[in-house]
Design a binder for this molecule. Structure first.
Ligand code: BJW
Ligand code: ZN
Length: 231
């Protein structure tokens, strides 16, 4: 059975990372739309750098939770038949042990150069204008996908969705495209669809089955069910 899992900020919430659109989903009074656009970065790079530098530092203080670890266990069972597509820029899936993982909205621990377009592993601040390891200029930005920019690896993701037998969305509000459209694409291609979320989301009605509760409970339960039924 081929499975595609889409994760969002909700899977990392119980590790202590803030989501974008819940009650506490503000950063120093800013909405995500105010800091996650190329226009915001042009207008006020210092504020946008501070937002990402803060989050990069936060990342060092948190650990993967039971939901991340359950998905890593599932990869041990399904191997190449599991693809985890995450909208998250944290590295908690990798730290839990997932390897077949795509970061469609980029990664906090990577920097992108606006001059040479190089991408570099990065775990320091960017706000102080460090030199690009590729070309030496001070034009590094967070390697994340802002509104109006093209998400990474869409071809690979679409191919996996078209082949999937099961599509599962975990902890995502369904407010941001193209990720919010994956459920339709998978369903049209014949996959069963399942949503695991704390509450019902904007797209819950599009899924064959929608379960409500914390990811740390629902994901291990679902993985255990799947392991049992595959024996
Ligand atoms: C729990 C839980 C617990 C809590 N357990 N659950 C079609 C229609 C309309 C608009 C568009 C469209 N196509 C494209 C657009 C424009 C735009 C868009 O979608 N706008 C919307 C506002 C409508 N999309 C884009 O611009 C995208 N690019 C694109 O489409 O390119 C194509 C193109 C380009 C150029 C020319 C032509 C075409 C890019 C989108 C980039 C999004 N970027 C961000 C920032 C990334 C970096 C960063 O992290 O800072 O990505 S915004 C932010 O939202 C971040 C997230 O990945 C993304 C999704 O958020 P997510 O993960 O769903 O989090 P929340 O907070 O919304 O929800 C959390 C959920 O968890 C909730 O449901 C809770 O209930 C749940 N939860 N605790 C389980 N314990
Ligand atoms: Zn460069």
């Amino acid at each position: 059975m081929k499975v595609v899992v889409l994760t969002g900020a909700g899977i990392s919430a119980e590790s202590g990372l803030a989501t974008f659109r819940d009650a506490d989903g503000l950063w120093q009074g800013h909405h995500v739309d105010d800091v996650a656009t190329p226009e915001a970065f042009q207008r006020d790079p210092a504020t946008v750098h501070r937002f990402y530098d803060d989050r990069r530092r936060e990342l060092r203080k948190v650990e993967p939770n039971r939901a991340h670890r359950a998905l890593a266990r599932l990869e041990q069972v399904l191997g190449d038949d599991l693809l985890v597509v995450t909208q998250n820029v944290d590295d908690l899936h990798e730290r839990a042990g997932s390897r077949r993982i795509v970061h469609m909205h980029g990664e906090l621990l990577s920097a992108l150069c606006d001059s040479c377009q190089g991408r570099f592993a990065w775990d320091d601040d960017l706000g102080d204008g460090p030199a690009c390891p590729g070309c030496g200029s001070d034009t590094l930005r967070p390697d994340v996908v802002w509104f109006g920019e093209m998400p990474y690896d869409l071809d690979l993701i679409e191919r996996a969705l078209l082949e999937a037998d099961l599509f599962v969305a975990i902890g995502t509000s369904g407010a941001v495209y193209p990720a919010a459209g994956f459920v339709r694409m998978a369903a049209i291609a014949g996959a069963k669809t399942l949503e695991l979320n704390l509450d019902s989301s904007e797209t819950s009605h599009l899924f064959d089955d929608a379960r409500q509760g914390p990811a740390s409970k629902l994901v291990p339960e679902w993985v255990a069910d799947l392991q049992e039924s595959s024996h």
